[in-house]
Design a protein around this ligand. Structure first.
Ligand SMILES: [Zn+2]
Length: 214
């Protein structure tokens, strides 16, 4: 499998492109910005986009999705519980002081356990509400890979002080849905450096304190 992860936009959201070497089909996860950079990576590997996946509808993860859809024809997919985030896209834009992006309802919902097809590397949606109501992680068991969005970070967890955030729900999502994955699962968070499930299970201070108080 081809995998390229690179930060896009002012908040340095990690955009990931997963592609199949044989069919040259790809998915793009969290195209928050930098269409030229995304197109350059696609061209470098001669990939065509079959699906756009959004881990959650925060502006830094979704802002360029509609534009990428118009260029590639690929559907934009995310969990419809985040329509509440789309409804306040103007507020989100004001947080960053940027123009309001063209963000639309998903072409297809991504509920828990949905499959995202990628030849030889099918991914499974894990619904992990907390950072936002519709936050999801994308798990590729065949590659021991988890794209975690803003749910779990190296040494930290997603913020829950924004509209729709719920700290208890976030911690529960991480404990019940992510820490049950194998220790050697590579975790690509929505921002910052990669980590692993085992490392976060042992060292993440937010998870340790949560488990000792509940
Ligand atoms: Zn976010």
């Amino acid at each position: 499998m081809i995998r390229e992860t690179f930060p896009v936009g002012p908040l340095q959201c990690n955009c990931s492109i997963l592609g199949d070497e044989t069919t040259h089909q790809a998915i793009v996860v969290d195209p928050g910005d930098d269409i030229p950079g995304i197109l350059a990576v696609l061209a470098k590997h001669a990939l065509s986009v079959r699906q756009i996946v959004i881990t959650h509808a925060h502006i830094d993860h979704i802002a360029a999705a509609q534009r990428l859809k118009e260029i590639t024809g690929a559907p934009v997919t995310y969990n419809q519980a985040d329509l509440a985030m789309v409804a306040i896209m103007d507020v989100q834009a004001a947080w960053l002081g940027v123009p309001v992006p063209d963000v639309r309802p998903p072409d297809a919902d991504l509920p828990d356990a949905a499959t995202v097809r990628l030849a030889g590397s099918d991914a499974t949606v894990i619904h992990t509400p907390g950072h936002t109501p519709g936050s999801l992680c994308l798990y590729l068991p065949g590659h021991s890979l988890l794209l975690a969005g803003d749910t779990l970070f190296a040494g930290s967890v997603g913020r829950t002080d924004l509209p729709g955030g719920d700290e208890r729900q976030l911690i529960r999502s991480i404990h019940q849905r992510l820490l049950v994955l194998p220790n050697d699962t590579l975790v690509i968070p929505g921002h910052g450096k990669a980590t692993s499930i085992g490392r976060e299970r042992e060292q993440n201070p937010f998870l340790r304190s949560a488990s000792s108080t509940t």
